[in-house]
Design a protein around this ligand. Structure first.
Ligand code: HEC
Length: 254
């Protein structure tokens, strides 16, 4: 029995230290697995290994120039229509390529005058027939990234799940006596702030690709505060006791 038991990580008995350490180790492995999983789901979005801003843009915003129609209009079909008409088609593709605006905004007319001379069923060459809208629609389809429903799903899972993890990591870390109180409070609150920033930035990136860097900052700041809390907690439980007993009470900001 210690003559003066203070509430700090260093002075806890072996049972609580074992519990805290077991939890911290498993959560750290979980974190590493999450990073591996991100590499598989988002890391390859741009065709290259490793997570980049492009990956995040492609995952949430989509590869909006990814339609065959736009690629061809910038490539081998570039000279088939006057510049203004060509841009009108590309613009229509960007706006979703729906049939109503195809008819109403004069896109059909552009196709009729410039394209169907070759692109028709009786042309005798194996190229798609542009007199049928569904043939055009298929090639106008753009990749708009994550859907709003999947964003809503992964957002709420992340908010609940990650808040829960940081509740316990933060609780353990709050018992570390060797960290100045304001620094400690800041480190504890950082993951929550950046969790909100991270998840908001998924939605913002879906709307505007320039927000992709915010996703990286949000995720990075969360990982840094996790690493800091993890290391300090482990240090105070297992290394700090070798320097003798700790008389400070961590909960009282001593
Ligand atoms: C002079 C004939 C000709 C005209 C006019 C023409 N095309 Fe083509 N188009 C082709 C040929 C030949 C191919 C196949 C070779 C290629 O992909 O470059 C093709 C292929 C395409 C493809 C790729 C289809 C696929 O799924 O592989 C698209 C998209 C396309 N054209 C769009 C257009 C549009 C839009 C116009 C009008 C602005 C147009 N083309 C006018 C001859 C024409």
């Amino acid at each position: 029995m210690a003559e003066e038991h203070k509430i700090n990580l260093c002075s806890q008995g072996i049972a609580l230290k074992a519990l805290f350490s077991g939890y911290l180790i498993v959560v750290a492995i979980g974190y590493l697995m999450a990073i591996v999983q991100i590499q598989f789901t988002h890391g390859m979005a741009d065709g290259e290994l490793g997570l980049s801003v492009d990956d995040i843009v492609y995952s949430y915003y989509g590869k909006r120039s990814g339609s065959v129609l736009e690629a061809k209009l910038n490539g081998s079909m570039k000279l088939m229509a006057p510049e203004a008409d060509r841009l009108k088609i590309i613009n229509w593709v960007h706006k979703g390529g729906d049939e109503k605006s195809f008819n109403d905004t004069g896109i059909r007319k552009i196709f009729d005058t410039n394209c169907i001379a070759c692109h028709n069923a009786s042309a005798g060459i194996a190229i798609p027939d542009w007199t049928k809208f569904e043939n055009i629609a298929k090639r106008a389809e753009t990749d708009t990234g994550a859907s709003f429903s999947s964003l809503a799903r992964i957002s709420h899972i992340h908010l609940f799940g990650i808040a829960f993890i940081f509740m316990f990591v933060g609780l353990i870390f709050s018992l570390a006596a060797g960290v100045p109180r304001y620094l400690k409070a800041a480190v504890i609150v950082t993951p929550y702030v950046f969790l909100i920033i991270d998840i908001s930035s998924w939605w913002l990136t879906k709307l505007n690709p320039n927000f992709a860097w915010l996703v990286i900052i949000g995720g990075g700041a969360m990982a840094l505060s996790f690493a800091f809390m993890w290391t300090v907690s482990m240090y105070e439980m297992w290394i700090r006791p070798r320097k003798g007993s700790d008389k400070r009470d961590a909960l009282l900001d001593e």
